[in-house]
Design a protein around this ligand. Sequence first.
Ligand code: URA
Length: 199
Amino acid sequence: MSVVVEPPAFASFEALERAALACVRCPLATQGRTQVVFGTGDPHADLMFVGEGPGQQEDVQGVPFVGRAGQLLTRLIEGIGLARSDVYIANVVKCRPPGNRDPLPVEIESCRPFLEGQLAFVDPKVVVTLGNFATKLLLETKDGITKLRGREFPFRDRAVLVPTLHPSAVLRNGGAALANARADFVRVKRALERSRAAR
Ligand code: URA
């Protein structure tokens, strides 16, 4: 299904971040968040990662993917010759769900304008969705990540989307899951190279 990309409702990336940091649109604002975890990295990056939502460490530090899963994500990024500062990293929801539960549909929808704004301003050539929530949201599908990973998808006529396993799932499952994640990152590297060659 094709998606209409709304132009960002924010005048600048800074205005978008300010609005997100002050957000009280959904119950996560009052359910124990320490702070809003907006995003990190290069806002002009060719490569953007979208995770699920902040965990405990991210909630404390205000930066996505800094806990154990984040350390694995960093290693996977470095494994394709990049640094975290070369990419942009965000989440579907910007506030920690209590006890790290799954984000609820109302929370995902409330937070969506911020993710859409990030996608519009960063305008990456390659989007990597980490796990089920980001993949289902951005590909508008009910199919799960194990079915979807291992391929790339056109994304809104301007980028390629590579779905991969969430690093937490890789940590839980190890072995084959890590091999699959590494293979997906090779796909990401090739997609980036192709997008640069086409310029
Ligand atoms: N898991 C996520 O999906 N995002 C984070 O920022 C940390 C862990």
